[in-house]
Every structure is written in structure tokens, then in C-alpha cells.
Design a protein. Structure first.
Length: 1061
């Protein structure tokens, strides 16, 4: 048992004191007269009838059997008076006799030592056994709540707090239930059976045997007790994270010589309960339980137990097999078929086929079989069939709305989640690799699209600068036509029309809508001054207060926002208000019409949830992490003395040369020929960092005659020192080797930023969200300076999550998401999908990208300047042709890169006009960060709302299910009260559990008293014609004997095909 895991689960199971309240039907039949203590004087005043009455109560309180009380009733009256006085004296003999003493210890076990707890439990066991029913009533009164105290202590013992006292506590519970009142208290308790079922631990045989006796007694008590035991076993398995193994502890106990008898008795009680409830639990349910036990391997267990010499075990094996055979006979009588082996799929299919042939259900049965052909192969097949088996058993076990199996209720609540989890698991396995591949292809396509747009834009600028007005196709540079043809699917877009303004270039595979035309052909004038222009007029004479000036006129035909009147105070939407002079015709605020979303229900819901309430202070903490970097020096061994190099430079150079492991002459050849197949960026970068000053290299290169006398670092410098402009050459080669890498690092960031800006500007779902926020914000800000706002700064979206309702449970963002889910579900989900690139765009830094492009351009210009005056040093010198070709290609790519960056900045300016913010103060990084924060918060709020709705739905369905079960339970109780069920033990009966265990041990509990007598006969139908194997033929008799033998063994041998037709 996982002690920590079970601790919280146990705490939730304890009901209030109302859990011990009995059923109404049972409460009405209880006796209310109690035994009263009398003194000697008072006893002498009682009449003979009153003494007899008190004596009878004393006998019941002493928990005696009927035979014991019979001899005491015949005693003389004086003997009875003496016995009453002695009984009264024993009740008040000691202080510890009070139930409150034991209850106080059980309620606060942490205040007692282990020895004291054990002593208290032992003493409580004696008191419960000897003091009678009245003391048990007092112990379990609403004030003392003794049964709950014992169960709570048992839970602590099972979770590891007091493991040595679990058995003593459970024995006290058994003695408490050994009278009719105590047994009914266990039956009425909501969770007592769960805790008792948790005691079924095979490692503790005494504890498990006591628990089995209690469960058997509760199940035999009445139908409600039986249901509680089944629920207890089911819930106990769920607490152990094994929901399908509720009977496993009982089957494991069959292998134990100490527990086999008790376990087999409880199994018989569970699977044969129908013989005690007059058909309340029908044949189907009993067969259902036996099939569940068969899957767990009870057939092999019974086969092994059949060799036991224990008479009780042999008797219960016979009961199990006999009752199973009777139920199977009833099932096959109903199916109008000869008994067959239910473990054989072929025989089960033949029975179903015979019963459905010629009926309307035959086509449905065929459809089910046909759909089963579509189940995938292993390992998915087992998951599918497990789910189908659970669903089918859940459906067929609910007859006329009655559900006898609590496990099906759990399945009904979780079946949707089970299906979803199964499908999600299959999808995740199948599509994880495919998603990454598609994502990579999408990124490549977006980058190719922006590159093509940048190239077209560059050509347009070149044509515009040259003043050429082409009347046909413009000749593209070499290679561009093939590039565009491969990108556009074989067609090249026509050149732009140079007359007038230059429209936006069409994208590859589609078109970009041109910018909106300027209304009236010119930029709109700013809003006029108050009063139509000029200075305001002077105040009138007479001291009268001038009237308020008229509201300013809004640009672009916008109407003033509606002024709302709110009854009570509301929390405010603390946004930064957009003034009309900042608007442009492209702004989204010009297009919004949020007033059409108004509804009284929306405002009432907003007022009820976001009325003013003192805000709680939010503490923010910042964590600063620091990392310390340590280094260590490397000591180089020098074999020859250095002449020009200092020790540190020589050491660094030796480390580099040692890592390269290339001869000095070969390394010089690679530098002269610019051999990129053998030169790597890391190699060249290490050389640049380790080389000394050019003057030092020149001095060493002059010592060719003394080469052998030089140290190894100086020998290397002497070898390569005659290469002219060595350091600029290495830097140029390094730039060439790393050009593609640096370009590929910058391009995806530009693509992500550009695509994110496109998503923000084109998202119709974001526009809907801004519309709703503007409506709600203006309503909440009514009466404040931010009322009647025409728009707000986009950064306000990040503050929606900080505005909480009056219950401090949900936020304004949750409210907005819920509203969109109900009114505009496509927008609620669409905004999550629309802003897919914003997360990646947050990595973009405009300043860093601009600096990287400028640095690359500067390096490229330096190389180009150097190449103009460069002359080859020797025949193998390939520096000039290699670098010249690189510069031409790199210039084209840098132009394309710069164009992509500039167009991305232009798009940002368009977005700044669209959302109306100052791009100088509110940078691109701020926009992406705020939109990302809002996007993540929106997704969290949507997930929270979905969880809340799912929880409310589960609670609603659970309440409905509980109400249905309560109605069924009341209906069964009414039927039982009307005489349909056997009378249970009376509350004043003594030794109830002992008597039930004796009846269970002898098999009397499974007598045939409920049977009408005589052999089972067909119910008004003609026996089917069986051909040669009729019921009277020897073959039929042999077949029946074979089936009877197989049903007794329950799967311990391979099934045999039997013709059931």
C-alpha cells in the first residue's frame, strides 16, 4: 500500500455524523425504551410489570442468546431485582466505563503512546463485548460518533501511522457489528465497507480474515449491505490503481491455507446473493460476476482446492459449482439452446446466431461483427477489445434502469476520457514524425516566398531608378528566371506597371491585396479645434458658467462611443486610451463596431462577477542567477628556446597546431589555394586568434636559413609568413566559410517576424477579440476618464489576466473566452491557430539583426576593395578567382537579405498604424512579447474553462446518477418492506455476526428455501428438435455430462467443440 498516496484519499471518505443515520424504514421499528438505573428505594416502588420490563431490557442489553435468557426469565422476582441492582452497579463502577474516554483517545491518537493506544483498544474490545447494546448505542451516539472514530483510526493505521494497531481496531469494529444495531450501523455508513475492504492484505492473514468476516456479514445482512460491499471492493481497487482487479485479493487468498475457507465463503456470498433476495439480483448479474472471476483464474484455484480435506471448503466448492450450474441452466433455457461451453468462442457465436436468425436484430449483430473487422492489429487491438468489453458489459448489465454493478457507473463517467486518451495515443505515435517534417517544409516554403518577394522588389527599384518603361517582358538576371519558374510552378509574374504608384508585388502562388486607397486622394486633415476653430469665446457677463463645449468630431466617419450607466461600482479596465489624432485610415479601431455585441445578459454577467472588491497585494520576486566561470592554464613543454615569440603566444599557437595535426607545408598550400574541402571555419578561426602581430611574423619569416634552430611555433610562422596580407586573407576566408551559416541564422528570424506581423494584421479572430474587449472595457470604465474610448493600446491585453472577479477564482480573460465560446466559437479557437508564429517571432531582435546585416555588408565591402588591387603571389594562388566569385554571389544574397529586412520593417509600420501605436516607443520586440503573453494566457484560460465545464458536467452526471441510484434503493427498500425480502436481524439481536458466520460455514445461508421445489421445467415452450442428439439419446446424455464436468472445472482444461445446433 502506498501510504502517502492513500492518505488524502482516506480523509475524503469520512462522511459527517449523518452517515450513520439509519434508513427511515429501519428507524421506525426501533425501540425507544432504555434501561434506567434505579436505587434500592426506587426499586421497591416499582410494580411487578415494570420490574419485568426493566429485566427484559437488561437481558437485551447483556447481549445474550434466546436460550440463555429463557432460564433467567423463570427466576423469582427477588432474584431479578438483585440482578437489576448488580447490573446497575456494574454500569457505574469505573470512570473508564464511559464511552467518552475511548472516543477522546481515538480522536487524538497523537497524544498517546503506542502502548497506551494498544491498551485502550484492548479495553474497548472488552467493553463492547461485555457491556451490551445500550453501551454500544452510547458509544456510537451522534455526540460520540464512535464508529467514525474507529474508522478514522483504522485509516491512519492502514496509511502507516499506527500499523501495529490495525488488527485491534478492526476487531473492535467487528464486535461493534456483532449486534443488530451495530451491523445496521455498518450497513448505513457510506464508506465503512471501503475501509474494511482495504484491510484485504494477503501479507496480514489475521487482519484479512477479520475483514472477510465483516464483509460477508454486511453482504448477508440485506440488499443495501450487499451493494455496499461490492462498492467497497470496487473503490478499494481504484485506490490501489487497479480498477479491474477488485476480486484479486480474494483469489490470492485462495492460495493461503489460513484464508482459503473465509475467502471462498465471501466469494459465494457475492456470486450467489440472488438466492437470498428473491430475484432482486437476476441470473445475468450473477453470471457476469462469475465470468469476471473466470478471467482472473478462479477455475485453476478451485481445481487445486478440490483436493483439500477441509469439509467446509469442499461444501463451498460444491455450492459454487451447483449454483453456477443452476444459473447456466436458466440462461440456456432462456436462450432455447443446449448447454455449451461459454469459454469457446465458436459455441458462443453459434448460440447468438441461432437466437438472432430471422429477427430484426440480426442485421445489427452482423454490422457489429463487420465493424470488428476494422480493428487494427496488435498492440492497438488489445486496447480496442478491452474498451469494447467494458462498454458492452456496462450496457447489457443495466436492465430497466437498474445498475447492480458500481463499476459500470465509473465507466459511464470516464468512457469519453478513455476513448479520447486511446485516440490521442494512437495519433501521437503515428503523427509525431510527420508533423516535424511538414513543419520544416512549411518554413522552407515561407522563406522561399519572402526571398522571391524581395527579389521582385529589388528588380522594381532597379527599373524605377533607370527610368525604363518596359512594354513587354523585362530580361531578368542570369539564374533568376529559373529560380522564379521553379518557385511559381512554371510561370514568371509580369513586370510591374511603372506608371503612377508601384503596387505591392504578387506573392508566389497567390496575391497580396494592394494597400487601401486614400480617401479623397489626400491625407485626411487633423480633427478641428473645439468650437470649429480659433480661440474659444470669452465667458459671458453676469458670472454665468459657460456651457460645456461640444464633443470633438472623430475622423474617418467614426461615431462617438456610447456612454454607459452602471448601477454599481465595477473594476476598471486600466488601458492607455488612444486619442483621435493618432488614428489613421488603416487603423482597426476605425473598422470596429463593438456596440452590435451588446446584450443585457452580457452586462449583467459582467456586473455580477466583476464588481468592486478590495484588491490583494501581489508580491513579485525576482531571482538573479550568477554563474562563475573558472579556467585553468596549460603548461606547454618547450624543447627549443623562443627567439621572437613570447611564451603565452607560443603556447597558444602550439595548442592550435597540436589539435590540427597538419604539416606546416600542407596548411600553407590550403591557404594559398583556398581549398574549402580541407579548410574549416573553426580551423581558420583558431589560427586568427593565435597568430602574433604582423611585424613579428615578418621578422620570423626572414629566418629561413635558421629554420631548424627555431621552435615549432616559430617554424610554422616561418613557413606561412611569406603569404602577403596573411591576417586579412584569413579573415576573408573565415567570412566566406561562415557566410551561409550567418545568412541562414538571420533569414528564419526575419521570416518568423514577418509572418507574425502578417498574422496579427490579417487575423479576423483577433479583431473579434479586440471588439469584445473594447465593449466590455468601455462598460466597466463608465464614469471614469477612460470611458467612451475609441481604442486602447495593445499592451492592455496582457492585463486581462490580472483582473479577477469577486470570488477571486476566474479572471476577466476567462470571462471573455467563455463569452466567445458561447457566441463566436470559431473565433475562440481561431485566435489560437491564427497567431502560430508569434511565439517564434519573440526571438527576433531588430537591433541585433540590423547590426549583423551591417557587419556582414561591411566585411563584404572590405573584401571587394582588397580584390581590386590584389595580385597573385604564385601560380597556385587561387585567392582572387575564388573570392571574386564569392563576392558577386554574396552581394546578391545580401541585397535580398536587406530587402527582406526592410520590407519586414515596412510591415511593422503598417501594423503600428493598424493597431495605432508609436513604433518609436513601442518596438517590435514589445509587440511580439505582449501578443505572445496574451496568446499563452488566452490558451490557458481556454483550457481552464474546458476543465471547469468538464468538471461541472461530471458533477452533474454524478449527481444525476446518485439520484437515480437513491430512487432505485428506495424502491428496493419498499419492496423488501412489503415482504419481498427476508427479514434481517433485529437491532436488539445479539451475536449476529457469529450466527451469520456459522450459517455461512455450514452452508445454511445457501439453502434451497427460496426454490419452489421440483425440477426446472421449460417455461411454456416446445423443446427444440436436436436431430440425432436429442435429450433422450445417449449422445445427448454424454454431451450434458461433458458440459457439467467442464462447468465445474471452469477453464482448467482446453474447451471442446460441441454442436449446439
Amino acid at each position: 500500500m502506498d501510504n502517502r498516496k492513500d492518505k488524502n484519499k482516506f480523509k475524503k471518505m469520512f462522511g459527517s455524523k449523518d452517515n450513520n443515520k439509519p434508513d427511515k424504514d429501519r428507524k421506525d421499528g426501533r425501540k425507544t425504551t432504555e434501561l434506567r438505573p434505579f436505587g434500592t428505594e426506587e426499586m421497591s416502588k416499582l410494580s411487578k410489570e415494570e420490574i419485568e420490563q426493566q429485566f427484559q431490557l437488561m437481558l437485551e442489553d447483556m447481549n445474550l442468546t434466546a436460550e440463555q435468557t429463557k432460564s433467567l426469565r423463570d427466576k423469582p422476582i427477588q432474584v431479578k431485582i438483585d440482578m437489576l441492582m448488580n447490573h446497575k452497579a456494574s454500569l457505574v463502577s469505573s470512570k473508564n466505563n464511559d464511552p467518552e474516554h475511548f472516543v477522546n483517545v481515538l480522536r487524538n491518537p497523537q497524544n498517546s503512546t503506542s502502548k497506551l493506544l494498544q491498551s485502550t483498544l484492548d479495553e474497548l474490545l472488552v467493553k463492547l463485548r461485555s457491556n451490551g447494546v445500550s453501551w454500544i448505542r452510547s458509544f456510537n451516539s451522534p455526540t460520540n460518533d464512535g464508529l467514525n472514530c474507529l474508522l478514522r483510526f483504522l485509516a491512519l493505521a492502514l496509511t502507516g501511522y499506527y500499523p501495529d494497531h490495525a488488527l485491534s481496531c478492526l476487531r473492535c469494529i467487528r464486535v461493534l457489528g456483532n449486534c443488530g444495531y451495530g451491523l445496521y450501523a455498518l450497513v448505513d455508513h457510506e464508506t465503512a465497507s471501503i475501509f474494511i475492504a482495504r484491510c484485504l492484505e494477503i501479507e496480514k492473514p489475521q487482519l484479512m480474515e477479520c475483514a472477510i468476516e465483516l464483509l460477508s456479514s454486511v453482504a448477508l445482512c440485506d440488499a443495501k449491505g450487499y451493494q455496499k460491499v461490492v462498492e467497497g471492493l470496487t473503490c478499494s481497487a481504484e485506490l490501489a490503481n487497479s480498477p479491474g482487479d477488485r476480486f484479486v485479493p480474494l483469489l490470492k487468498a485462495l492460495d493461503s491455507s489460513e484464508l482459503a475457507r473465509a475467502s471462498l465463503q465471501l466469494i459465494n456470498v457475492l456470486v450467489n446473493r440472488g438466492c437470498l433476495s428473491d430475484g432482486s439480483f437476476d441470473v445475468d448479474y450473477r453470471i457476469h460476476l462469475r465470468l469476471e472471476l473466470n478471467q482472473l483464474g478462479i477455475g485453476e484455484k478451485i481445481t487445486k482446492l478440490s483436493q483439500s480435506q477441509d469439509e467446509v471448503i469442499q461444501k463451498h466448492i460444491e455450492i459454487y459449482q451447483r449454483k453456477a450450474e443452476e444459473d447456466m441452466d436458466a440462461l440456456f433455457d432462456r436462450l432455447d439452446a443446449v448447454k455449451c461451453d461459454l469459454d469457446d468462442p465458436n459455441q458462443v457465436y453459434q448460440i447468438l446466431s441461432r437466437t438472432l436468425t430471422g429477427t430484426k436484430s440480426e442485421t445489427k449483430f452482423l454490422s457489429i461483427l463487420q465493424h470488428l473487422l476494422f480493428v487494427r492489429d496488435e498492440p492497438s487491438r488489445f486496447s480496442y477489445y478491452t474498451l469494447l468489453e467494458e462498454l458492452i458489459s456496462q450496457v447489457v448489465m443495466q436492465v430497466d434502469g437498474f445498475d447492480p454493478d458500481p463499476r459500470s457507473v465509473i465507466l459511464r463517467l470516464d468512457v469519453e476520457a478513455t476513448v479520447t486518451a486511446l485516440l490521442e495515443g494512437v495519433k501521437q505515435v503515428d503523427s509525431s514524425g510527420r508533423d516535424s517534417e511538414l513543419k520544416k517544409k512549411l518554413d522552407q516554403a515561407l522563406q522561399a516566398k519572402l526571398e522571391a518577394e524581395a527579389t521582385i522588389h529589388t528588380l522594381q527599384k532597379q527599373l524605377e531608378a533607370s527610368g525604363i518603361k518596359p512594354d513587354g517582358k523585362v530580361k531578368a538576371p542570369d539564374g533568376l528566371e529559373d529560380q522564379l519558374r521553379s518557385s511559381t510552378g512554371g510561370t514568371i509574374p509580369p513586370p510591374p506597371n511603372l506608371s503612377g504608384s508601384i503596387p505591392a508585388p504578387p506573392p508566389i502562388g497567390g496575391s497580396i491585396p494592394p494597400p487601401p486607397p486614400i480617401l479623397g486622394g489626400s491625407i485626411p486633415a487633423p480633427p478641428p479645434l473645439i468650437g470649429g476653430g480659433g480661440l474659444p469665446p470669452p465667458p459671458p457677463l453676469g458670472g454665468k458658467v459657460p456651457q460645456a463645449p461640444s464633443a470633438p468630431q472623430l475622423p474617418f466617419g467614426m461615431k462617438p462611443k456610447k456612454k454607459y450607466k452602471v448601477d454599481g461600482p465595477l473594476k476598471k479596465a486600466n488601458w492607455d486610451k488612444i486619442t483621435p489624432d493618432l488614428l489613421s485610415k488603416e487603423a482597426i479601431w476605425v473598422q470596429l463596431n463593438e456596440e452590435k455585441l451588446e446584450s443585457p445578459e452580457l452586462f449583467e454577467s459582467l456586473k455580477s462577477q466583476f464588481s468592486t472588491k478590495p484588491a490583494k497585494a501581489v508580491l513579485e520576486t525576482s531571482i538573479v542567477d550568477g554563474n562563475a566561470v573558472g579556467g585553468c592554464g596549460v603548461t606547454a613543454k618547450r624543447t627549443k628556446s623562443l627567439r621572437f615569440l613570447d611564451g603565452k603566444t607560443a603556447q597558444n599557437l602550439s595548442i592550435v597546431l597540436g589539435s590540427l595535426k597538419v604539416p606546416y607545408a600542407e596548411l600553407r598550400r590550403r591557404l594559398i589555394t583556398v581549398d574549402e574541402t580541407l579548410l574549416t571555419a573553426n580551423m581558420v578561426e583558431q589560427l586568427i586568434k593565435s597568430l602574433p602581430e604582423p611585424s613579428v611574423i615578418a621578422q620570423i619569416s626572414e629566418l629561413k636559413d635558421q629554420y631548424d634552430e627555431l621552435a615549432e611555433p616559430e617554424q610554422f610562422l616561418c613557413t606561412i609568413g611569406n603569404i602577403k596580407k596573411l591576417l586579412p586573407r584569413l579573415q576573408a576566408i573565415l567570412f566566406k566559410l561562415r557566410f551561409d551559416e550567418r545568412r541562414d541564422d538571420i533569414k528564419p528570424e526575419i521570416v518568423d517576424a514577418d509572418e507574425a506581423l502578417r498574422e496579427i494584421q490579417s487575423s479576423k479572430h483577433l479583431r473579434r477579440v479586440l471588439e469584445v474587449v473594447l465593449l466590455l472595457g468601455n462598460y466597466m470604465n463608465s464614469g471614469s476618464r477612460n470611458a467612451q474610448s475609441i481604442g486602447f493600446q495593445i499592451s492592455f491585453l496582457t492585463k486581462l489576466e490580472a483582473t479577477k472577479d469577486v470570488s477571486n477564482q476566474i479572471t476577466l480573460l476567462h470571462f471573455i473566452v467563455n463569452y466567445l465560446d458561447n457566441k463566436f466559437p470559431e473565433a475562440s479557437q481561431g485566435i489560437i491557430d491564427d497567431l502560430a508564429h508569434v511565439d517564434r517571432a519573440c526571438r527576433f531582435s531588430e537591433d541585433n539583426t540590423r547590426a549583423s546585416i551591417a557587419e556582414m555588408k561591411k566585411s563584404l565591402n572590405l573584401i571587394e576593395t582588397e580584390l581590386r588591387t590584389y595580385k597573385p603571389q604564385e601560380p597556385d594562388d587561387a585567392y582572387l578567382p575564388v573570392m571574386t566569385a564569392f563576392v558577386e554571389s554574396a552581394k546578391t544574397q545580401m541585397t535580398q537579405l536587406e530587402t527582406m529586412f526592410d520590407r519586414m520593417k515596412e510591415r511593422f509600420l503598417d501594423v503600428s498604424k493598424y493597431l495605432t501605436f508609436d513604433p518609436v516607443k513601442y518596438h517590435m520586440e514589445n509587440l511580439f512579447a505582449d501578443v505572445k503573453m496574451f496568446h499563452a494566457a488566452y490558451a490557458r484560460a481556454a483550457a481552464d474553462n474546458a476543465k471547469r465545464r468538464a468538471l461541472e458536467e461530471r458533477q452533474k452526471r454524478a449527481a444525476e446518477e446518485q439520484e437515480r441510484r437513491n430512487r432505485e434503493r428506495e424502491e428496493k427498500s419498499r419492496k423488501a418492506a412489503s415482504g419481498g425480502d427476508k427479514r434481517g436481524p433485529a437491532e436488539e439481536d445479539a451475536n449476529v455476526i457469529d450466527n451469520l458466520m456459522e450459517a455461512l460455514k455450514s452452508g445454511a445461508a445457501f439453502g434451497d428455501g427460496n426454490r419452489t421445489g421440483g425440477p426446472r421445467r421449460p417455461r411454456g415452450r416446445v423443446a427444440p428438435v436436436m436431430g440425432p442428439a436429442t435429450s433422450a439419446s445417449p449422445l445427448a446424455n454424454k454431451q450434458k455430462r461433458l458440459m457439467r464436468d467442464r462447468s465445474r472445472n471452469y477453464g482448467d482444461r482446453a474447451p471442446t467443440m460441441v454442436d449446439v445446433a
